[in-house]
Design a protein around this ligand. Structure first.
Ligand code: FES
Ligand code: FE2
Length: 384
């Protein structure tokens, strides 16, 4: 049933390679195939810890049709479960809310702890009897989905078959190790989303490269020119771009955000923008960090969830609220500038004679790196 697209021409060097065939953007069958091979088999982002800030907070998330429940338990840890009751399959939580006692199924009241353990089963052994020998509670806890939180992003490996997160992303963890410090979310305005009519991969592909800056982001380009950027390409894991001329945002009185940490010199005027495969886009600066979790709604609809973070040392103070708001507005403006290209590339892929395109060996390497990764994951799954 699968459309057997030609991936050989994608998995070669950037100078020779074509992009992914059109079917990877416009075919429902390939979308389903990628859902398993590229999203459920990998560590995909589904949200952030800030979505469930307090103990007992629970938030249902539908990830590519799969009902998930994100919970912050009594230890303050984030857990992810299948949002389905083990009894007769009722959906458990339908709105974000605070769980006071247990997660109670609204159908027959089976109750689960915040760690997913089945705690009570009223009348399961007949009226007035809450136990039955055949109902082994220890075997009927909520199905836990493998998850890992890094920089507040909640990653899940739905199919449970990926190598550990720290192993898959060892390279990036080492690259940004000096910023492995506590961060705080910037508050209400530091959280926003954009709905775009595009396949989620095109948002990744556009994010990776700086080639488009002069035309799509003339404002940015006025101080951060093409030649001030470098490509970032790590096969099998991530790609993106870095700048050498990051300038801190300044308020009217010359105030700036405090730095995350004592950083090495590279970060004085450097910043990096990295797409961690498959679907999370990150931006790291000396004084703020953001994540964009791409939520694939369907073949050609994606929601970009943006969250901005600051140093624990006073950056979230009342006094800096206007500066945080200005920073959020600035980034939103930049991300909005990208919408017409990601939507335009989606439309362009209806052109029957488009053959995946031709990469610039100098400028499109990071995007090709992503295509190569997608193609390898789909290819591996096809061989299995
Ligand atoms: S379906 Fe949940 S208790 Fe019956
Ligand atoms: Fe852009």
């Amino acid at each position: 049933m699968n459309v057997q697209t030609d991936l050989g021409s994608v998995m070669t060097s950037v100078a020779q390679a074509k992009g992914l065939p059109n079917a990877h953007y416009i075919s429902d069958e390939v979308f389903e195939e990628e859902k398993q091979a590229v999203l459920f088999d990998q560590w995909a982002g589904i949200g952030v810890g800030n979505d469930v800030p307090e103990i007992g907070d629970a938030r249902p998330v539908e990830f590519l049709g799969m009902p998930l429940l994100v919970v912050r338990d009594r230890d303050g840890e984030v857990g992810v479960f299948q949002n389905t009751c083990r009894h007769r399959g009722m959906i458990l939580v339908t709105e974000p809310r605070k769980i006071e006692g247990a997660i109670r199924c609204p159908y027959h009241s089976w109750c689960y702890s915040l760690k997913g353990a089945l705690k009570s089963t009223p009348h399961v052994g007949g009226p007035g009897r809450n136990t039955h020998d055949d109902i082994k509670r220890s075997e009927l806890g909520l199905v836990r989905i493998r998850s890992h939180v890094w920089n507040d992003v909640i990653f899940v490996n739905v199919n449970g078959n990926a190598a550990p997160f720290e192993e898959v992303h060892a390279n990036l963890l080492a690259r940004w190790a000096e910023f492995d410090v506590p961060m705080v979310h910037g508050g209400a305005t530091s959280s926003f989303k954009l709905e775009v009519e595009t396949n989620w991969k095109l948002a990744v592909e556009n994010y990776c490269e700086s080639y488009h800056l002069p035309w799509v982001h003339p404002g940015l380009n006025s101080y951060s020119r093409l030649e001030d950027h470098y490509n970032i390409e790590v096969p099998g894991a991530y790609s993106g771009q870095g700048t050498l001329v990051y300038r801190q945002l300044k308020g009217d009185a010359g105030e700036v955000f405090p730095d995350f940490t004592t950083h090495s010199k590279q970060w004085d005027e450097g910043a990096e923008y990295i797409a961690i495969y498959p679907n999370v886009l990150l931006g790291l600066h000396r004084d703020h960090f953001y994540s964009i979790v791409l939520e694939p709604k369907s073949l050609d609809r994606t929601v970009e969830h943006v969250e901005i973070y600051y140093s624990k040392e006073g950056a979230a103070s009342e006094a800096l609220t206007p500066l945080r708001d200005a920073n959020a507005t600035l980034w939103e403006g930049v991300f909005v500038e990208d919408v017409f290209v990601v939507e335009g590339m989606q439309k362009g892929r209806q052109g029957t004679f488009f053959d995946g395109g031709k990469f610039s060996p100098e400028m499109d390497g990071p995007t090709h790196n992503f295509h190569h990764w997608v193609a390898s994951k789909v290819d591996e799954a096809r061989r299995r």
